[in-house]
Write a protein that binds this ligand. Structure first.
Ligand code: ZN
Ligand code: ZN
Length: 236
């Protein structure tokens, strides 16, 4: 089993005001910090996902990791960032943690996906529209499932496989929400909800065309447009 890092850093962190970098390759953008051993003063282990190397850190201790965990802000809304500024025995550590999944991520993602398709669909043909709708449904289902998985808090080992799928969906939700917040290709304006097609037979744009004699001034059968009783009010 792969141990879970205590701190999964997002972007550059700083130790004593200096950027925390991998001792091997010098990258500071994909570091994970693990507590090691049970004494607070023992060094924590820093691994680099970029080069795969890792080592005990000369300055960061288990105690400092605990302080960072205690100080982290956490996230509640999709726009929140999980940051920390910790100090332990004279050593400071500041940075940001990779966002953990919160329910609001799912809400944001589902909303954005729907808006995106509504916007794009205007320029698309029917088959592409249908494909896009199916695609969104797939994604929103996954995100909704992730949200439910979170609510149930899957811990049972027997649910491992399901848990895996859930974490994949969660990761997708987070990264999508994240991309959108950090200047990704999300829509900036709210898209009007798509008008639902009226189910009344013969209704076009809130008007129903009927053949009638009663309403015609001439007394002969003619076509008259009348406001649709079902959708007219909402469409004007
Ligand atoms: Zn490295
Ligand atoms: Zn109608």
């Amino acid at each position: 089993m792969v141990p879970k890092p205590d701190l999964k850093l997002q972007g550059l962190a700083e130790v004593n005001g200096q950027p925390l970098l991998c001792a091997e390759c010098g990258s500071g953008y994909s570091l994970e910090i693990f507590k090691r051993g049970f004494r607070e003063v023992w060094p924590a282990f820093v691994t680099c996902l970029s080069c795969g190397k890792g080592d005990d850190h000369p300055v960061i201790t288990n105690g400092l990791v605990d302080a960072a965990l205690a100080a982290r802000t956490g996230r509640r809304k999709a726009e929140d960032r999980d940051t920390f500024a910790a100090e332990w025995r004279g050593v400071t550590l500041t940075g940001e943690l990779q966002p953990g999944f919160v329910l609001d991520d799912a809400v944001v993602v589902v909303k954005v996906l729907k808006e995106q398709v509504t916007k794009d669909a205007k320029a698309w043909g029917r088959s592409k529209k249908q494909a896009a709708t199916a695609h969104v449904k797939e994604k929103t289902d996954a995100v909704t499932a992730a949200a439910k998985g979170k609510a149930k808090d899957v811990t049972d080992a027997a649910k491992d496989r399901a848990g895996e799928a859930v974490s994949t969906a969660k990761a997708a939700a987070i990264s999508t929400a994240w991309t959108l917040q950090t200047g990704g290709a999300g829509p900036t304006t709210t898209v009007k909800p798509k008008r639902r097609r009226c189910t009344v037979k013969g209704c076009r744009g809130g008007k129903v065309t009927i053949s009638t004699r009663l309403h015609a001034a001439t007394g002969k059968t003619s076509e008259v447009k009348i406001p649709c009783g079902v959708c007219h009010r909402s469409s004007t």
